[in-house]
Design a protein around this ligand. Structure first.
Ligand code: BDR
Ligand code: CA
Length: 313
């Protein structure tokens, strides 16, 4: 059997984060080492507790290393609780975990794991990029140690919070800039792919019914307790599980259509309207932009997740 890809997920759970984490934990291609929570969809105190609750409840053998409670330079101070619910998990209430954080903070944890896994570690970043930027700033030699950073964030088209900026990049544009200027191999699942590849509500409901399992019910509740709803490219009413596209790309990049582009992050505060924009510019590419994904493959990942956690009570 192929060697699993060692992965850390930097995350702000977050309904779509929770689904992305579950898909990663269920994949036989991924060795999920740890989660590093960050301030984002809801206050960091909640994203951290949600991460602990998820690994405890699902029995995922992964560390949780404490991340950032604020942004790199400018405090953002606004949250997406209207989309993800007050505490970030939509309508789902998980038992409160009393697990402890790993002894290292997120930036030191990522660095130590990068050293341990010598060029193999993939960092999947599905929240604002604060922890990731802190890692690069505090441990500059990590630039040559990571295999790739695969992000959900940004857009090559319009934004979802402002006309130009996507939420994760808007929360902490200076952090996104550090990442895009790092020279680390990057891949980006932006709104240009995530908005058209929502998972159909009917598909998830059928999956829950057929499996009759607790996990099937949980997936169904998660997508219903989350208000990012769009008609997907197949014409179905769907839940936009943005963050899962980044995980799907890591599991099998051959199922995605991509292009190499140069992206710059707009951090000039005087150009207020475009703050946080991920702009495609001319020049040497610095990022693999994910443009599309095979939906049959994507649905299969949800089936696999339900099978994997089917024993859950
Ligand atoms: C991104 O922002 C958050 O609301 C989601 O979890 C996702 O990571 C989408 O813009
Ligand atoms: Ca997220």
């Amino acid at each position: 059997m192929e060697k699993k890809i060692p992965v850390i997920i930097d995350t702000d759970p977050g309904v779509d984060d929770a689904l992305a984490i579950m898909i990663a934990a269920a994949s036989e291609k991924i060795d999920l080492l740890g989660l590093t929570p960050v301030d984002g969809n809801v206050q960091a105190v909640h994203t951290h507790q949600n991460a602990l609750n998820l690994v405890s409840f699902l029995g995922i053998d992964a560390d949780v290393a404490e991340g950032s409670y604020d942004q790199l330079v400018y405090r953002f101070g606004r949250y997406a609780s209207s989309t993800h619910g007050e505490t970030g998990m939509g309508g789902v209430e998980l038992p409160v975990s009393n697990r402890k954080f790993h002894k290292l903070r997120a930036w030191d944890y990522i660095y130590e794991k990068a050293k341990e896994h010598k060029g193999e570690l993939v960092l999947i970043a599905i929240g604002p990029l604060t922890n990731v930027a802190r890692t690069i700033i505090m441990h500059p030699d990590i630039r040559t140690m990571l295999k790739q950073i695969v992000m959900m964030g940004g857009s090559t088209e319009a934004g979802n919070v402002t006309p130009y900026a996507e939420f994760n990049f808007l929360v902490d544009p200076p952090a996104a800039k550090v990442v895009f200027e790092s020279g680390i191999p990057l891949a980006m699942a932006g709104l240009n792919v995530t908005l058209k590849t929502g998972i159909s509500f009917d598909f998830i409901a059928d999956l829950a019914r057929e499996s009759g399992s607790k996990i099937g019910g949980m997936l169904n509740e998660l997508v219903h307790g989350y208000s990012d709803v769009k008609i997907n490219k197949e014409g179905d009413r769907s839940s936009v599980v943005h963050d899962a596209i980044a995980v799907a790309y890591v599991i099998d990049p051959t199922k995605c259509e991509t292009e190499e582009k140069r992206i710059e992050i707009q951090t000039d505060r005087f150009l207020e309207g475009t703050w946080g924009q991920s702009k495609v510019v001319d020049g040497e590419p610095n990022c693999t932009v994910i443009n599309d994904i095979d939906m049959d493959y994507y649905r299969e990942l949800y089936r696999n997740t339900v099978d994997h956690f089917s024993e859950l009570n």
